[in-house]
Design a protein around this ligand. Sequence first.
Ligand SMILES: NC(=O)c1ccc[n+]([C@@H]2O[C@H](COP(=O)([O-])OP(=O)(O)OC[C@H]3O[C@@H](n4cnc5c(N)ncnc54)[C@H](O)[C@@H]3O)[C@@H](O)[C@H]2O)c1
Ligand SMILES: C[N+](C)(C)CCCC=O
Length: 496
Amino acid sequence: MSSATGTVTIQQPLNYRAGARVQPADGGQVEEVYEPATGRVLCKLPCSGEKEVDLAVQSAKAAFKIWSQMSGMERCRVMLEAARIIREQREEIATMETINNGKSIFEARVDIDISWQCLEYYAGLAGSLAGEHIQLPGGCFGYTRREPLGVCVGIGAWNYPFQIACWKAGPALACGNAMVFKPSPFTPVSVVRLAEIFTEAGVPKGLFNVVQGGAATGQFLCHHPDVAKISFTGSVPTGMKIMEMAAKGIKPVTLELGGKSPLIIFSDCSLENAVNGALMANFLTQGEVCCNGTRVFVERKILDTFTKEVVKRTQKIKIGDPLLEDTRMGALINRPHLNRVQGFIKQAKEQGAEVLCGGDLYVPDDPKLKNGYYMRPCVLGNCKDDMTCVKEEIFGPVMSILPFDTEEEVLERANATKYGLAGGVFTRDIQKAHRVVAALKAGMCFINNYNGSPVELPFGGYKSSGFGRENGRAAIEYYSQLKTVCVEMGDVESVF
Ligand SMILES: NC(=O)c1ccc[n+]([C@@H]2O[C@H](COP(=O)([O-])OP(=O)(O)OC[C@H]3O[C@@H](n4cnc5c(N)ncnc54)[C@H](O)[C@@H]3O)[C@@H](O)[C@H]2O)c1
Ligand SMILES: C[N+](C)(C)CCCC=O
């Protein structure tokens, strides 16, 4: 694949089943896949139908029989090899991700690093997954076995296509499961590469399969009777549908959903760190990040200084061709989403917010980028808690600044949302920092930084942002089940 923006077309099939790329066995609907940087069509994507979904699930079932019988150490070695291949092919995978998603190559490389680190981390855990031995009266005892679930379905969003697949496949495979993964139809390209890498690394053919498509394909997966678990990353409305479908089959679910997270900046912070933190909390991946701290609460004493500095730094963000080394903001995922983000900014103005910078469309000088989906990152001032831009997840580069006066007040306002994915605080007062994060009703909290994601730390939401956890030891709970064995060492005393 040539790697310059505007030159790539994808020819190979994007489904993956039984260890090979395949065209779907059925379907019908075809989606156009775009290169956000140029607006060009990268490929036409045939969406998989019920038959293809079944073939992928059967392929996973067959591989599960082999993989689940291997020892943790054997699985560890294969997963480490997959991590090594990803590391080796980091540049090629990051380039694909940039071309299909629109994020800067600088960021895509970080995503790929987080991806192989995730596989390494769970490879490390695979060998030590174990139950307990429990002594009982009379020499009897019991023990628990941590067993895999079976065929797990992963359904992903378009903002971190490769990374989301690794965050699900890592713990799933380490526990001995097989997986059928469906990426977003907007970003179908890179996950198939992950499937190939698993095969190259030595997993049984069919252990990790990819089916492509949108809602209909996802529904076939969720309803499939041989699917044991669904792990979903996406919006709250789709998450609700997934949970309903899972309920019908009594299938456990992990839901990684949206957010509208608070970032609280106290006047005793390091201003430079707080400004850097606010930029990291809002503008990675063109603001299309679930855990972004888009409600930036600033203690009134430093509101003007903070706002001036944030605006100055936001205006300097280099927008443009995402494959260029110095680009820090690429293109949004597609035209409808760009229009939606623009709509939020228009509504914010109508409701009284002040656009302090950006928010308008950006047309790069390079003619090949003129149909790309670019906008200038936006900072909104004069925001109020009841404005739509402060209440709803925009999923674009839009920061809302909100002044506050007291800790008690800001905590109440920060928690007054249906979401609970993340939150952050900047202060030099260590007691205040811990007090504040303890009071935040959010699953992922940051003190004096924002949006780092070491794979060792569990990640997931409270309230409508979902449940279950990815990353860290915690994820093992969500991809395994506990069997208890009760052992009698004496005779059976019957009461009958
Ligand atoms: N919490 C997290 O870890 C996390 C990470 C990334 C994105 N997100 C959230 O994802 C959203 C953006 O992603 P999106 O626009 O792709 O979300 P989405 O809900 O529209 O789609 C997510 C996935 O679900 C599939 N899908 C849609 N309808 C379905 C149905 N009825 N049955 C089965 N599958 C279906 C889509 O094809 C896609 O693969 C944002 O809300 C963002 O916050 C959350
Ligand atoms: C890697 N980040 C920046 C923490 C994003 C995690 C996935 C959320 O959309």
